[in-house]
Design a protein around this ligand. Structure first.
Ligand code: UDX
Length: 433
């Protein structure tokens, strides 16, 4: 089937390449010229394992083409995916829908045949209805259907999550054609047994928001328990393991530590609270404020712990920060807990050197005043404390004896509880979590 993907960021580029992989003919629309040029040459402007190979293969075969023109998009196909960003509004909790709105405003007036627009971006409940009404106003003697088909991919596993999703969700208005079209688009997955849930658009929008709210809550739950463990001298990792054996609870997303960040969970729970407020249901989600609070306290506590291991003051200390991406296998530093901590420590007078295997360029752009090292060991040179803040495999495999040779003091803080405490203690380190 021919289809267009509007927006080629983390979500759209992955979706476009994966749709080509499923055998479709895909046109991707990217309005930023530099990104567009890179993608058209088969290069991915961000780090996502497996995506460069997939994208290059389908660009080379011609199954995937890239353009910046909505007129090209309107010509190319009658099925359009919206995959543009929905960031948090500056100074507010709610989602900024300007890119989603712009996609409809620009595309629909150019359409000359009936069309189906499938939203993939994470949006506040009610957005599909609003966009559908706006599309009706803008459409010229044609029928433009809007439906919602949320995406659940994780960065770092985006290709696999898109090609082998846990479920496909579609929210469609009565009388539409979206279900038939989606059954065709996702035919191979549906016939492989992937659950296909067809519902109305508000429910589909809320499936996505609820999933992210639940995941954020699970992480903050275990981090709240970690606070109690700190006070009681108990081991939160052992608790997570023990409660995780209960199939009703499950061990996944119970890793305590520095908490969640990234382009999704933090802004999605805030947008969810804001939307519930608009709908008069604010009280239902007040617990999410606490989820957010627990999460942000992890960052403050990390700064305090660093100050404590440095003898009560960060002034003039050298701190090594290993990891700046919001999670491993990603170069994304949007709302990265690690960079946030690095910035706060620097503000308290320490000199901070950061190393990350993939996120160096993005980190430099966001925090140009931090120092950056070329390797993990270089970052640790003469450090008074080493903080592991993103659980990259490279850091888990560090040799504590080698690291001890370059630091000034053997103070380690394992912000992701990912290292072997015994190995570090044996090598003479003070190990804190
Ligand atoms: C998330 C959702 O998982 C995905 O379904 C949705 O589509 C987009 O948002 P992503 O942001 O890529 O995906 O990363 P995820 O793997 O969910 O991790 C989010 C954050 O939680 C990271 O900062 C990670 O370090 C943190 N995390 C995760 C924990 O602190 N503890 C855990 O146990 C798991």
């Amino acid at each position: 089937m021919r289809m267009v993907v509007l927006g080629l960021g983390y979500l759209g580029a992955t979706h476009a390449a994966c749709m080509a992989e499923l055998g479709h003919e895909v046109l991707g629309i990217e309005v930023v010229p530099e990104k567009r040029a890179q993608l058209a040459a088969g290069e991915v402007p961000f780090y996502e394992p497996g995506l460069p190979e997939l994208l290059k293969r389908h660009i080379d075969s011609g199954a995937l083409t890239v353009s910046g023109s909505y007129a090209d998009a309107a010509d190319f196909a009658d099925v359009f995916f919206i995959a543009v960003g929905t960031p948090q509004k500056k100074g507010e909790y709610s989602a900024d829908l300007r890119y989603v709105d712009a996609a409809i405003e620009e595309l629909v007036p150019l359409l000359t045949r009936d069309a189906l627009i499938l939203g993939k971006s994470t949006v506040p409940v009610g957005t599909a209805r609003r966009l559908s009404e706006r599309a009706d106003e803008l459409a010229k003697d044609i029928d433009v259907e809007v439906a919602w088909n949320p995406e659940f991919l994780r960065e770092g596993f985006a290709v696999d999550d898109t090609l082998h999703p846990d479920r496909v969700v579609l929210g469609t208005f009565p009388g539409g054609n979206a279900e038939v079209v989606c059954r065709e688009i996702y035919k191979s997955m549906i016939s492989d047994g992937t659950p296909f849930i067809v519902t109305d658009p508000p429910t589909a929008e809320l499936v996505k928001t609820s999933a992210n709210a639940f995941l954020a809550t699970k992480i903050s739950f275990i981090n709240a328990i970690a606070e109690v463990c700190d006070a009681a001298g108990a081991d939160v990792k052992a608790i997570a393991d023990a409660i995780g054996y209960d199939a009703r609870i499950g061990r996944k997303f119970l890793n305590a530590g520095l908490g969640f960040g990234g382009g999704c969970l933090p802004k999605d729970i805030r947008a969810f609270m804001a939307r519930a407020g608009e709908l008069g249901a604010a009280e239902a989600l007040t617990f999410l404020r606490e989820v957010d609070n627990v999460n942000m306290r992890r960052r403050t506590r990390m700064v305090e712990l660093t100050r404590e291991v440095c003898g009560g003051s960060l002034l003039g200390k050298r701190i090594a920060i290993l990891g700046s991406a919001f999670k491993p296998e990603s170069d994304d530093v949007r709302d990265s807990p690690a960079l946030n901590v690095a910035g706060q420590i620097q503000l308290q007078g320490a000199s901070v050197t950061v190393f990350d295997p993939k996120a160096m360029d993005n980190s430099r752009k966001l925090f140009p005043t931090l120092d950056y090292a070329a390797t993990a060991l270089e970052a640790c040179e003469a450090a008074d404390a080493v903080l592991v803040l993103t659980e990259w495999k490279e850091f888990i495999q560090l040799d504590p004896v080698e690291v001890a040779k370059v630091t000034r003091t053997q103070n380690l803080i394992d912000g992701r509880m990912c290292l072997d405490p015994l190995a570090w203690k044996r090598a003479g380190w003070s190990y804190r979590v």
